[in-house]
Write a protein that binds this ligand. Structure first.
Ligand SMILES: *Cc1c(COP(=O)(O)O)cnc(C)c1O
Length: 433
């Protein structure tokens, strides 16, 4: 299948090019030329299939023309070696726990899938090493580093702001070694991002080494997230609650919810979607007014959603042919302040015993306020609450447990390379690699 750019000014690309390059030449995002509907028989029987079987069917529709069946199956099965259970919180609200992967964040699936697909193409080409540069304010770095750990032919450089990521997050990408290099930048997140962007545009560096990015602009990172929604539907169908299903997605760059909308186009019978935002309400405002006005992000306690210009908005806009009415027919919005997020975490715990992380709390609240009679909702619990332990402990007045998987990272030895925020230093470092 071929991919076109949302800006419409770049040549059509193969899947391989879209994955290896990430962003199109005109800075647009790649979109598949068609979205294949899945047969009714698949949905009729979906509750009897495993997560991996469901995901393979979906992956085949997107990637089956470009990746041989055996390799694709292996990529899917290796990626999804963990479960995402839908856990009952109230009679009408379920939590889809996306935090059972290696770094306890939903980005694990996209990162692992992308690493394996990139490796598949590199082997086929017989080409040398590819270098993934990723700037992180915490969560993306850990998912990408762990997703690519030990993958032959790919080296990952994680750039993070010194002293600005939580100790738990930091140890998830600084203790790995092997093909993962952590770079501790004397600056803030924006400085890290600027270094990465400058590197992509630098002619000397691009002549010296092959560079790519691994954030949700990459089709191989965002599309596999659609697997979650098909599996959630299967679980809800199994318990007889799938008839009027509402999916609520805590959203930042809108990669996750965008993949769900692709699912809907393939026939997934989810009635409607809610995009839950923190105080960064650009998409919410778009739904209300029809005008998209990006602005600088504000810092919140749900920091993985602190995005002022969501990159995947371009994909949603394209998917709905720029039709505001059609977008509003499928998606509604919600926006919550830090005080409201904290209040929700407290209230859900007191009333149900369930502990939400700050991102999931936005999702829960949007359902609690927005579900209509007869509807059942699930929200995506996008990270384990222990990843935001300081915040959650303070809100609940408790000392929540850190899962063994996270503790294991904390035992490792921190290794990182100190770097100034001056591009000349970063360039000199990469030229010696
Ligand atoms: C990345 C992230 C989000 C936002 O997902 P998008 O695809 O960027 O909308 C929400 N919650 C957590 C914990 C995340 O890491």
């Amino acid at each position: 299948m071929n991919y076109y750019s949302t800006n419409g000014k770049a040549p059509i690309a193969t899947l391989e090019k879209a994955v290896v390059k990430g962003l199109a030449e005109d800075k647009g995002l790649y979109m598949p030329e068609n979205i294949k509907p899945l047969p009714q028989s698949f949905f009729d029987n979906i509750e009897n299939l495993s997560f991996q079987e469901i995901a393979y069917t979906v992956a085949d529709a997107f990637f089956g023309e470009d990746v041989d069946a055996e390799s694709l199956k292996k990529i899917v099965y290796d990626t999804l070696a963990f479960d995402v259970p839908a856990v009952k919180v109230t009679d009408t609200i379920y939590s889809l726990e996306l935090f059972h992967g290696p770094t306890l964040a939903f980005k694990d699936v996209g990162a692992r899938f992308m690493a394996r697909l990139l490796q598949y193409f590199l082997k086929k080409e017989g080409k040398g090493q590819v270098n993934v540069l990723v700037a992180t304010s915490g969560d993306t770095g850990s998912a990408v580093a762990n997703g690519f750990l030990g993958v032959d032919g790919i080296h990952v450089y994680v750039l993070y702001p010194k002293g600005k990521v939580s100790p738990i997050q930091e140890c998830q990408f600084t203790t790995l070694g092997q093909n993962i290099t952590a770079i501790e930048v004397e600056g803030v997140f924006d400085d890290c991002q600027a270094l990465v962007k400058s590197a992509f545009m630098d002619a000397d560096l691009n002549a010296h080494m092959k560079l790519t990015s691994a954030n949700s602009i990459n089709v191989a990172r965002f599309l596999p997230q659609s697997f979650y929604y098909f599996y959630a539907y299967a679980q809800m169908k199994k318990i007889g609650k799938a008839d009027q299903l509402v999916a609520c997605v805590p959203s930042g760059n809108f990669g996750n919810i965008c993949s769900a909308l692709f699912g809907k186009k393939m026939g997934l019978p989810i009635k409607r979607f809610i995009a839950a935002n923190n105080a960064n309400d650009i998409f919410y405002k778009y739904l209300q007014t029809g005008e998209y006005n990006p602005k600088p992000s504000v810092q919140t306690i749900a920091n993985a959603m602190d995005v002022g210009d969501p990159s995947n908005f371009a994909r949603i806009y394209d998917l709905y042919k720029k039709d505001h009415k059609a977008i509003c027919a499928d998606i509604s919005g919600a926006t919550y302040s830090d005080a409201q997020i904290a209040e929700t975490i407290k209230q859900v715990k007191a009333e149900t015993g369930y502990v939400c992380d700050p991102h999931g709390a936005c999702g829960y609240r949007a359902l609690a306020e927005g579900l209509k009679a007869g509807e059942t909702g699930f929200f995506l619990e996008t990270a384990h609450p222990a990843k935001f332990k300081d915040t959650v402990d303070k809100i609940l007045g408790e000392d929540i447990e850190i899962p063994a998987k996270l503790q294991a990272f904390m035992k490792g030895k921190k290794q990182s390379i100190p770097m100034s925020k001056d591009f000349a230093d970063f360039k000199a470092f990469l030229l010696k690699e």
